[in-house]
Design a protein around this ligand. Structure first.
Ligand code: PEP
Length: 246
């Protein structure tokens, strides 16, 4: 039985003042003992976030594949751990697009994250053009074969995030989400073997909110959600945590 994970991705939003949101988020997490709740704020807030709410999982939004070195502006997985993070998002579509990260880059980052003791949330998802062309499952399978660390067990989480659903208010149908998550589970079995694949949580991400969370979380093989905009305030995020606890 996989525990549900609701993870918030603050992206490049938030300031020290925003950390007050964590108080009500942590209270909701404590009231939902069957659900893991995480918030991934900007790097500068990780240490304060972890200190403010030790009961909440705090994550980074990226890490470098190398343990240290001449990589200006980057952050190593061990630095995230030292700051108090227990997980990290890698391969988000915004980084794949903006920083031209390849599947091989994402795999190396995920391996580095897991080696440092972090849970790696590996993102995948198709463009609207791929979706319209009926290529979603082929694209996502290809991304995962290139991006997933083969030596991962419980420290691996996959987030399926259709690019056209991120920040748009659009979501795939429940049937579409079910089909893609089943395909992802199949790729995990192929890469990791059935026993380890069964332990990997698959999150759905893309315009999850209080109104649609219950329906999306009820889809078979949806083990939680990666939430962007609706994770920025407790008011928007707490109902999603509550929906996961049902
Ligand atoms: C995301 O970018 O990870 C995301 C899911 O964003 P949103 O919830 O805002 O669509």
């Amino acid at each position: 039985m996989r525990r549900r994970l609701i993870a918030g991705n603050w992206k490049m939003n938030g300031s020290r003042a925003s950390l007050v949101e964590l108080d009500a988020i942590a209270a909701a997490a404590a009231a939902a003992p069957g659900v893991d709740v995480a918030v991934c704020p900007p790097f500068t807030l990780i240490e304060r976030a972890a200190a403010r709410q030790p009961g909440l999982a705090i994550g980074g939004q990226d890490c470098h594949a190398a343990p240290k070195g001449a990589h200006t502006g980057c952050i190593a997985a061990a630095m995230l751990v030292e700051a108090g993070a227990t997980m990290v998002i890698v391969g988000h579509s915004e980084r794949r697009a903006d920083q031209h990260e390849t599947d091989a880059d994402v795999k190396a980052k995920a391996e580095a994250a897991i080696a440092a003791g972090l849970i790696a949330i590996v993102c995948c998802g198709e463009t609207q053009a791929h979706h319209r062309a009926g290529e979603t499952e082929a694209v996502v399978s290809g991304q995962l074969r290139g991006s997933l660390p083969v030596a991962a067990g419980d420290a691996l989480v996959v987030a399926y995030e259709p690019i056209w659903a991120i920040g748009t208010g659009l979501t795939p149908t429940a049937a579409d989400v079910a089909a893609v998550h089943a395909t992802i589970r199949g790729v995990l079995v192929e890469l990791l073997g059935r026993a380890r694949a069964e332990g990997v949580r698959i999150l759905y991400g893309g315009s999850v909110n209080a109104a649609n969370a219950a329906e999306l979380l009820a889809v078979p093989d949806v083990d939680g959600a990666l939430v962007g905009g609706a994770s920025l305030t407790a008011e928007a995020f707490v109902p999603i945590i509550e929906a996961a606890a049902q």
